[in-house]
Ligand binder design. Structure first.
Ligand code: ADP
Ligand code: ASP
Ligand code: MG
Length: 470
């Protein structure tokens, strides 16, 4: 069971997690909990999201400032100590865990002070700081679960999830991860102890802490599930499962009862924040079912992710958006019939380490258009200008142009490819609202259509497509 930031946002939420864990232990022989860092609390006076606070403090320190990290320390201390005081019954445990939190926060201040002196936060330093939230949360949550009468022990995933050195977006080394996860967790499970594992973090072979990318706790849970051959994964968040769209964009978003793994992956890749895009990947091979549930409404069945077709329902099941993307277009009549322009475009973009969300090529080969994250433009544009300097000089290519305020809106559903007229209805829904479509691509899995629109139209476009679902 994985619990996200809001699910562990304060003592009340953690006690709810403890109740869910107690019920699970009564049902299942072996239960593992994976936790995010403490997130937003339902209490309006406490909106601190721990990972955001840690990363902001590190960035401010790199910019030479010390007030932000000092304030963050006070806020983080208050948040964790409040959860300990209200969530853990034993006085001795309260003191011991409180001391551990203080040690982590001392470490946090020391790291930020060094970053400030250096005037730079290296990716390695960022990871040492970013992962502290989960490490603190796991200790507090394990204490709260023990207070509910369930045996539990916190585990730092630095001990079990082995990754490469790609800091801030590290990739797991699966064999080592499986081996270490089994070796560390199995003995606890045999003694009926619930391991409370930190999400988001891992460590390199040399033991240097890494993180799996923002929102990565979902992925951590899948990695642990794969290692232990789990029967099921339950991913708990603060909504009733996977919804037809982001409820903050359309308040009439509804729960989707059942989704195929392919549909879920497509949604997650194209911006549905509810699951990290890689969550499904470790589960596919062993076909481990995943349920997305609501911590605050645990009797709701939520969404079940299955392998194979998830029949029924409308052809379009959900719509999501990725904001802050840029469209780069390489245009020119001289491109017609010139072999290799597309290849050179991709190679040039790849040299900058940028991943391309989608691309399209006009049929007459007069332009190629790529959609990339907005913040990659300052690297990608000069690289393409360099690559095609000769063709631009000879006017075979007119220009490499950038539209830097765009969004990708994606409709997902396995029925899209096989039901005639669906794409037409999606386009009309946008046309009726006067939203211009800049580019179109059919998702690789053929269960989605992605449209590029101006950034300012993104939410309207999502609502327009959503009106076809509800
Ligand atoms: P957690 O901290 O539990 O991992 P996240 O904030 O990462 O939670 O993801 C849950 C949030 O994702 C929801 O509160 C919701 O606002 C947002 N969200 C966006 N798109 C969807 C969707 N299609 N279905 C459900 N939630 C969505
Ligand atoms: N705490 C991390 C983040 O905010 C990971 C997660 O919550 O999944 O990105
Ligand atoms: Mg999340």
């Amino acid at each position: 069971m994985k619990f996200g930031g809001t699910s562990v946002g304060d003592a009340t939420a953690m006690r709810q997690v403890a109740r869910i864990t107690r019920d699970a232990v009564a049902h299942w022989d072996e239960v593992v909990v994976v936790t995010s860092a403490m997130g937003r609390s339902p209490n309006p006076k406490d909106h601190v999201k721990v990972t955001d606070a840690l990363l902001n403090a590190a960035r401010a320190a790199a910019a030479g400032e010390d007030e932000t990290y000092r304030r963050a320390r006070r806020e983080l201390s208050d948040k964790h100590h409040a959860a300990i005081d209200a969530g853990i019954t034993s006085v001795d445990e309260r003191r011991a865990i409180g001391d551990e939190i203080d040690k982590f926060l001392d470490g946090f201040e020391m790291l930020c002070a060094s970053v400030r002196v250096l005037g730079e936060a290296t990716p390695r330093a960022m990871d040492a700081i970013a992962g502290l939230g989960e490490r603190m949360a796991a200790r507090v949550l394990a204490g709260v679960i023990r207070s509910a009468g369930v045996m539990a022990e916190s585990i730092d995933a630095t001990e079990i999830i082995v990754t490469n050195t790609a800091h801030q977006n590290a990739a797991p080394l699966m064999d080592m991860t499986r081996e270490r996860t089994r070796a560390r967790l199995q003995p606890l499970l045999e003694r009926r102890i619930v391991p409370v594992v930190t999400g988001y973090v891992g460590a390199t072979l040399k033991g240097v802490p890494t993180t799996l990318g923002r929102g990565g706790s979902d992925f951590s849970a899948s990695l642990v599930a794969d290692a232990l051959d789990a029967t099921e994964v339950h991913n708990f968040s603060d909504v009733d499962g996977v919804l037809t769209t982001d409820p903050r964009i359309a308040s009439d978003a509804r729960t989707i009862d059942i989704l195929s793994a392919t549909e879920m992956s497509e949604m997650a890749f194209f911006g549905a924040q509810v699951l990290h895009p890689l969550t499904i990947l470790p589960l596919v091979e062993k076909r481990i079912p995943l349920r997305v549930k609501n911590t605050f409404n645990p009797s709701h069945p939520g969404t079940l992710i299955v392998y194979g077709a998830a029949r029924g329902g409308k052809p379009v099941k959900s719509v999501s958006a990725i904001a802050d993307v840029a469209v780069i277009t390489v245009t020119g009549r001289g491109m017609q019939g010139v072999a290799g322009i597309a290849g050179r475009t991709f190679t040039a973009v790849a040299r900058t380490g940028t991943s391309v969300y989608m691309f399209s090529q006009a049929s007459a080969e007069q332009n190629i258009c790529l959609v990339v994250p907005k913040d990659s433009i300052e690297r990608v544009k000069p690289e393409l200008d360099r690559e095609f300097a000769r063709e631009i000089f000879s006017r075979d290519i007119d220009a490499v142009t950038v539209l830097d305020d765009a969004a990708i809106v994606t409709a997902v559903g396995s029925g899209i490819a096989e039901t005639p007229g669906v794409s037409g209805r999606v386009f009309s829904a946008l046309g009726d609202r006067g939203i211009n479509i800049i580019a179109i691509a059919q998702g690789s899995s053929e269960c989605g259509i992605s449209l590029v629109v101006k950034g300012q139209s993104a939410q309207d476009a999502v609502r327009a497509v959503h009106s076809l679902i509800v």
